[in-house]
Design a protein. Sequence first.
Lengths: 269, 251
Amino acid sequence: MRAFISLTLAVFRNLSRYRSEYIGNFLGPVFWVIPAWLIVRYANIPDAFGASVSGFAGAAMYFFIGATYWNYVEGIWSIALGLRENMRLGTLESLWASPAPRFSMIMGWSVGRLLGTTLHSLLAFGLLSALSIIHLHDLSYENLLIVAYIIFFSVLAAYGFGFVLVGLTLRFRDAESLISMLGNAAPLLGGILFPIMYLPLPLQGLAYLFPFTYGVDALRGVLLGSTTLLPLRTEIFLLFVMGILFPLSGWFFFLEIEKRARVEGIGEF
Amino acid sequence: MRAIFSLLYKEISYHRVYPLDLVSLAISPFFIVAPFVFVAKAHAENLQLSVSLGLIAWYWLSMFFWGVGYGVRDEMEEGVIESLLATPASVIELLAAKAIDTLLINLYITIALVILLWLLAGVSFHLNWIKFFLLFMASNFALASLSFVYAAFVLVARQASFAGNLFQEAVGILSGMTAPVSVLPKAVRWLSMLIPLTYAIEGARKVAVGQFPYSEMAILFAFGGVLLLSGVLLVKKAEHYVRLTGTTGEY
């Protein structure tokens, strides 16, 4: 627990030391939303892929939900990049040699990031609302609970990927490229900016194996009343199953890799 | 000149040692660009080529910013900048080598993007490739020169990734990366006119409709010349500053 608290505090200390980086994170969703929204403006088709919140504001909201949702997932995945940074700076071995449990370490790094993500998502929402680009209508308590449920299980599923990425970072010299490829592929496959039905069939197949496809789709279904790929209940159930299975299998993968890394040494770079 | 070639050889050696980097450079840009291309496809199919060209040109800028401008940070983090500065080679030569390497990478990325966007997003690139290549060279000259100015900032500010990110994204939006500048509010359009990327994107869209982008290329060369001169001057000043203050190891 002490390791977890210390590392969470370390993340916040780092944020306060490099405040400009934090502002960069807060602007992340804004830079997804505006270029996509400008396409819709230019095409002059005020449509949010059939969502009940129509018009240009509906389209902006559609993109904003996708971008914010992705920020949470990325917040967890970036643990692996943080680990890589420690490798570059030559501090990973000493950190790894400490008696702190690995689980507490990873949770400590990520919980701090998640809290930060929540704060800057609210700031981004505030900024885009102030610019009258987005509006949120009629959010009932029941819907808020469903939203919390979707985010919770999506975050759990993201940890599954996060553990695998941390394992790969420990093992492979080229892990950064691998993480970057996976990290960049995910928003496309998950349909962060558009419904996955526009993807070519082979990519659609991959998208259906991806928990975030259901997460972001269900979230839009609840918040915007958009038509979901599968019935909402089915998506929520699939997210629950993936939210349990992914972190468990990811954690076992990580333990196996870590065992090997202890014998054979941490991957070079 | 020998220093530039040696440093270029060092940059190219990285790609040999990290082959997965080359795979990532071929595939990752597609993943970054494609979501916007699919948004265009979903709204109006005839926008796909225009959006693709805008994003490809924006990617050139992105590569120069991280490969050249922010690239000096690699040497700082790896702790080799001091030894490099102790040799007769200057930071300008280091940046020149990085710029040539990035130019080659941009060519590689552009080819990969065109193929992947055609295969997976159905974008038809009916272009005059000779005109497009000439525009590519003019644009890359202007954008490389701009990255020299950013490199001077990185040397002095040390922690400049936020500024780089913000600049790169804002410049993308202002220069009409996904939609022509005419969609932007009038109040910010004058800013677009001050950004070389705007002319690279407009030029690429002109090539797409069969025109030769004479005026855009002339403006890009003018931008390139002015920015290169100011960049070299600023980098020399920044190099002098870090030599005096000894801050190369801090970031």
